[in-house]
Design a protein around this ligand. Structure first.
Ligand code: B12
Ligand code: SF4
Length: 457
């Protein structure tokens, strides 16, 4: 797929950039997971071209906007958040019937026909915008200061996992050679440098010192050793403070080059994540990868294992994988599978007994709503135990003020059996030992009922 960049129409000078009203809690608005980084680059590029740009979150009324655009450029994220994009397009079409509407980002790239049909937009940008990419994101357009920035040290991925769409969004693996060029706020086009040696570091200042990598597969970069050496150097000079990779590290590459783990640690990478998206039989590899990270200085409880569920691996096998993580003392980042053609997601964590028309359920390998929610619950409660080093989860202890004396006695009791005895004699029966498989209560009865509903619609 060769994508061409959408360009402003001749004569357009005023651009409204819209980040739709995605279901993100207000406190997470300027969160490292949800910055509209694509729009921030576009903003810098268009201003560089002499245009007037306004960035907004959601669908604002005319009197709040105080801006009449020639073009409205809307970003999109996950396909199952498509409704929010459609609503923004409808809203701004109503306000500015003559403005040109352009939609870009992940949903627009993965489902362009659907996007065109439902948003009635005038143009779609598929994939990366190669001109905007040359500009440093305009973080000043966000409300409030942030102490981190989003970085891509590569695009694409060398692998093709069955459940992943990266090969459609970024079909080619394109590695970068230098980080410095990505992270210095130039106020315009990115710095051009092939290596940090090209730059006098004593004259460089970096405003946002935390680096959040959005790479799909950071370690696959053929220049990874050079990049990590550069990050280590920048950190020594206190030009950066910490790094984090949103995607997991490719454990197979870590096994091949274990020295990378030490470099990651020295470069300040925190909460390292690896993925276990395959069956239980892959256990030995995961154990090895954890050992490599631990030898590099990471504590086990700060390591996360990504696990896709509601997918081909059945619930009980997922439970065995979960238990293995508990025994290793590492946390789990559970990822519920949604297919590419899933354009909505009405998963409600508080309503048990939902069906496949509410959100995607992978019935074909035995999943149903009860199992999906039970797995989520098991992981959440297990992670609490891992973080605190508890061998047992006690619901009452999650309350703000658990009875201190009781918590101490349970903690100090040397064996699991004694801990349970103390809890039971205090009348507490809601506890769970994460090293055991846990099905939903009355599962067989519930599953039958839910199957009847599934067959009905
Ligand atoms: C980093 C990342 C995350 C981060 C941050 C997401 C984010 N804010 O973008 C976090 C950790 C939160 C995350 C979480 C999840 N993720 Co994720 N994530 C990614 C990843 C690796 C990169 C996304 C990215 O780069 N975003 C930044 C983009 C939008 O900015 P940009 O690229 O600089 O923007 C350029 C272009 O997009 C374009 N552009 C953008 N907007 C616009 C607008 C206009 C008008 C124009 C012209 C151009 C334009 O121009 C820009 C400049 O070049 C992608 C894979 C990928 N390669 O995309 C998966 C991906 C988006 N994630 C995916 C999934 C499934 C998830 C999870 C559901 C995993 C899970 N099961 O738990 C969760 C969802 C959590 C939730 N619902 O809240 C899927 C989405 C599939 C789908 N159906 O939509 C992807 C595609 C990976 C995959 N498995 O295939 N993810
Ligand atoms: S390694 Fe990650 S990014 Fe690459 S194809 Fe697999 S899931 Fe997608």
């Amino acid at each position: 797929m060769v994508n061409s960049d959408v360009m402003p129409l001749p004569g357009s000078r005023r651009f409204l950039l819209v980040n739709p009203e995605f279901p993100i809690p207000y406190k997470s608005r300027n969160h490292k997971d949800y910055l509209p980084v694509g729009l921030l680059k576009i903003s810098r590029w268009l201003e560089h071209e002499g245009c007037e740009v306004k960035l907004v979150y959601g669908n604002l009324p005319l009197d709040e906007l105080c801006f009449r655009p020639d073009e409205v450029w809307i970003t999109s994220l996950f396909t199952y958040w498509s409704d929010y994009v459609v609503r923004s397009a409808e809203h701004y079409r109503r306000l500015f019937s003559r403005a040109r509407i352009v939609v870009g980002g992940i949903y627009a790239t993965l489902k362009p026909e659907d996007c065109k049909r439902r948003t009635h937009c005038d143009a779609i940008q598929r994939g990366v915008h190669s001109i905007a990419e040359q500009f440093y994101p305009d973080y000043d357009k966000l409300n409030g200061e942030i102490d981190f920035q989003v970085v891509h040290a590569s695009r694409g991925c060398i692998r093709r996992c069955k459940f992943c769409y990266t090969h459609i969004i970024e079909p080619e693996y394109v590695p970068k050679r230098c980080i410095l060029s990505e992270i210095v706020d130039t106020g315009g086009r990115k710095l051009s440098c092939a290596s940090p040696d090209d730059v006098d570091l004593t004259r460089v200042s970096i405003t946002r010192k935390g680096l959040v990598f959005y790479d799909n597969n950071l370690l696959a970069n053929e220049h990874i050793e050079e990049l990590l050496a550069e990050l280590i150097q920048l950190r020594k000079k206190r030009l950066i403070s910490w790094c984090e990779s949103q995607s997991g590290f490719d454990g197979r590459l870590l096994e091949k080059k274990p020295d990378l783990a030490e470099m990651l640690k020295k470069a300040g990478f925190r909460v390292p994540r690896i993925a276990w998206d395959w069956g239980f039989s892959y256990k030995k590899h995961i154990e090895k990868q954890i050992e490599i990270l631990e030898a590099a200085g990471y504590k086990r409880k700060e390591i996360f294992v990504f696990m896709i569920y509601n997918w081909d691996i059945p619930f009980l096998e997922m439970e065995d994988k979960r238990i293995a993580c508990f025994e290793w003392g590492v946390q789990i980042s559970d990822c519920r599978y949604r297919p590419i053609d899933q354009l909505y997601d009405n998963y409600d964590p508080h309503r048990w007994g939902q069906i496949g028309t509410d959100y995607y359920i992978h019935y074909e390998s035995g999943w149903d709503d009860y199992l999906v929610k039970q797995f989520r619950k098991n992981v959440r409660e297990q992670n609490i135990c891992v973080r605190h080093g508890y061998p047992i989860y006690v619901k009452a202890f999650e309350r703000k003020k658990p009875p201190r004396e009781l918590v101490r006695r349970v903690k100090d009791a040397p064996t699991l059996r004694e801990k349970i005895q103390i809890l039971e004699s205090a009348g507490i029966r809601e506890y769970w030992v994460p090293s055991t498989r846990r099905l939903p209560r009355d599962y067989h009865h519930l599953a039958k009922a839910s199957q009847a509903v599934v067959l009905d619609f």
